[in-house]
Design a protein around this ligand. Structure first.
Ligand SMILES: Cc1cc2nc3c(=O)[nH]c(=O)nc-3n(C[C@H](O)[C@H](O)[C@H](O)COP(=O)(O)OP(=O)(O)OC[C@H]3O[C@@H](n4cnc5c(N)ncnc54)[C@H](O)[C@@H]3O)c2cc1C
Ligand code: SF4
Length: 630
């Protein structure tokens, strides 16, 4: 494959690598002719302004087809839509043989619109109705197109990424030996490069075109390589909090991926941001929930440090509703508050007791293990749930020295929400699986759980609200023995700090950003909500995208005139290069080294190890760079 040569990559390819973060000595002027000269703040401002223009275009297009396109600068398309309507109207008037315009006005004046409609109906031929239909269709399509805005052609992997990370370009940067630039490019959209390089569900790999030619690119591993090497080389994130830049003060509640990503974007825009969290340390679920054998603390620290280094302030041990109130936040002079408190309240099954009776929930259990608080585990441990969290819990229990661990879930082995590879790894470590099992009644002896009565599940149905309703086989009761039961059946937000009667208005439907409409509790500044607390349990890449979108929405509302000034001319032109070619050696995917099941079950060390340099280059060479056009 004739790949772009390094000098061309630098000349044409990597506007984004600069992002005002990566400067190599002697190469400062390398992007002179491309959009890279525009600073990260200008690019974010343009992103907000482009969204504003898109919304206004949609409204204008409702009045006259093409008007929205003309407003947004898409003149060619705008004129096309704008002339189609007079064309259809002219044709209609020309062939019309029914009531004249004069008589129509007379009828409307007399209040006889019903009579007019009847006359039109009677005089109309099929041709008239076709023209009317065309007229309405033009209106509808032009509005739809105006609302869609300008869209660049994206590679399938990038299009499906919730954070819209420029995957082909960072893969190419890694291939050319620029991991620091690759990391900066990932950071433009996603500040959790080290996390998402290890524990992301990676929908990008499922859509990778290389699936058709063998197996997908190891996108996640390449990102991990960029993160580990980029951080090790010392990325120094720049702060835009300087004189002459408007810098509103924003309070963010919750230092999980959503809150930290919002704070990171706000700092890049020049805001002074303080993140409050009930925990002592930032990170949210990825610090206190995700296990060390999937995401070691060291990697978390590099992601979080890069965010805090931008000038974001963190205040731990401040719980909204207990140590902090909305009135405090308003009184401290903040201009807006963003709530990103995640889903910290575990859902428990009815009929279960507390920890002294042997009942635990996954969230509290994992947080205790991460904080090194002892948890009493003994005998037979049953984890209830079929998702990734249940698998993590079971694998943690086995690492804590318990020999008999079983996962019981409603789903069959094939339909479990956890990834199949996760289930396989758990089984290899010696965990047993009890699929298609519904707990009916918990059995307690001497105040301690001793098991539960279960039923065989025949089918899983959803009720009108989307809740799971298992259909069980009558008479299939059986007993499952258990000395400890850990429930991993989901979580929900705990937002009792919101004043009664609070509502919310959707601001960004794609990224689940809401405006909080609330009176009382002393909230006198604009409030926003984002992340899992409004969307329900999701993933880090989705929470991060939500936080970034919330930051853009907040800045757009607070600094309207600043945003309106933003202009951005993208001079970047992609070279026309050959795309996918196929040869047998490119069909084989590289796999990083891994601990064996025997090694992994007794240690909290990371199971999957990263690629070595030779592997990452070989793997990134397989990428077809689907974002280039022929
Ligand atoms: C066990 C587990 C494993 C997971 N594994 C993965 C994985 O491998 N990959 C993946 O992509 N996703 C994973 N997820 C999902 C992912 O962690 C979440 O989607 C993501 O963390 C949500 O981010 P968030 O910022 O909305 O909420 P959170 O991460 O929950 O952060 C919310 C923060 O708000 C704080 N907070 C809550 N209430 C208050 C209050 N009243 N005052 C102040 N602070 C408050 C909390 O302390 C917390 O720090 C996992 C989730 C769990 C539970
Ligand atoms: S081949 Fe490369 S650019 Fe194309 S979908 Fe896969 S990772 Fe993305």
């Amino acid at each position: 494959m004739d790949f772009l040569r390094p000098e061309n990559l630098l000349r044409y390819g990597y506007k984004d690598c600069l992002l005002c973060e990566v400067e190599r000595k002697g190469e400062e002027k390398r992007c002179h002719h491309c959009a890279g000269r525009v600073g990260q703040r200008d690019r974010l401002l343009w992103e907000i302004n482009r969204e504003r223009i898109r919304r206004i275009s949609g409204k204008l297009a409702a009045f006259w087809p093409g008007a929205g396109h003309l407003y947004s600068g898409r003149y060619g398309v705008g004129f096309f839509w704008a002339v189609l309507v007079p064309l259809a109207l002219g044709l209609l008037i020309n062939v019309w043989q029914g009531p004249s315009i004069k008589s129509a006005f007379r009828l409307i004046g007399r209040g006889s619109s019903g009579k007019l409609l009847l006359d039109v109906w009677q005089a109309g031929t099929y041709g008239h109705f076709v023209l009317f239909g065309a007229f309405a269709y033009i209106w509808y399509m032009s509005r739809k197109d105006a609302l869609r805005g300008f869209r660049a052609i994206l590679a399938p992997c990038q299009a499906v990424c919730p954070s819209n990370v420029d995957i082909p370009d960072y893969i190419a940067l890694v291939r050319e030996g620029y991991p620091v630039e690759a990391l900066a490019l990932v950071h433009d959209k996603l500040p959790f490069a080290a996390f998402c390089g290890r524990a992301c569900p990676h929908p990008c790999e499922q859509k990778c075109v290389r699936n058709e030619f063998g197996s997908p690119i190891s996108i996640m591993q390449i990102k991990r390589f960029a993160a580990d090497h980029g951080y090790a080389a010392g990325v120094t994130p720049s702060s835009e909090i300087t004189d002459g830049v408007p810098s509103p003060r924003i309070a963010v509640i919750g230092a999980g991926p959503a809150g930290l990503s919002a704070a990171n974007t706000l700092a890049r825009l020049g805001c002074r941001t303080t993140v409050f969290d009930e925990n002592e340390e930032p990170g949210g679920t990825i610090r206190y929930g995700v296990t060390d054998f999937r995401f070691p603390n060291q990697a978390l620290l590099s992601d979080v440090k890069a965010i805090l280094d931008r000038g974001v302030h963190f205040q731990g041990g401040r719980k909204l509703g207990a140590d902090l109130t909305f009135a405090d936040i308003s009184a401290q002079g903040f201009d807006a508050v963003l709530i990103a408190v995640g889903t910290s309240a575990a859902i428990r099954l009815p009929g279960t007791g507390d920890e002294s009776a042997g009942f635990h929930d996954a969230i509290t259990f994992l947080a205790k293990v991460k904080k090194k608080v002892p948890v009493r585990l003994h005998g037979k441990v049953v984890v209830i749930g079929g998702g990734a969290v249940a698998i993590d819990v079971a694998r943690t229990v086995i690492r804590l020295g318990v020999a008999d661990v079983t996962i019981a879930c409603l789903e069959s082995r094939e339909t479990m929400p956890a990834f199949q590879w996760e289930v396989e790894e758990a089984l290899e470590e010696g965990i047993r699986l009890l699929p298609s099992t519904a707990s009916k009644k918990f059995l307690v002896r001497d105040g301690k759980v001793c098991g539960f009565e279960a039923l065989q599940v025949e089918k899983i149905e959803l009720d009108s609200k989307g809740r799971i309703m298992p259909r069980t086989v009558p008479g299939s009761e059986f007993e499952v023995g258990a000395d400890v039961v850990i429930m991993a059946i989901g979580s929900r937000p705990a937002m009792d700090f919101l004043p009664p009667g609070s509502t919310r208005r959707l601001v960004d439907p794609h990224h689940h950003v809401y405006r909080l409409i609330s009176k009382g509790n002393g909230l006198t500044i604009p409030g926003y909500m984002c992340g899992d607390c409004v969307r329900g349990p999701a993933t880090v890449v989705e929470a991060s995208a939500s936080g970034r979108a919330a930051a853009l929405a907040i800045y757009g509302d607070l600094c309207v005139s600043e945003v309106r000034k933003a202009r951005f001319q993208d001079n970047y032109r992609r070279r026309h290069e050959p795309q996918v070619t196929d040869s047998p050696e490119w069909r084989v995917r590289c796999h990083g080294p891994k601990l064996t099941a025997d090694e992994s079950r007794s240690t909290f060390d990371e199971v999957e190890k990263g690629f070595i340099e030779a592997d990452v280059h070989r793997e990134s060479e397989r990428c077809a760079r689907c974002n280039l056009s022929l």
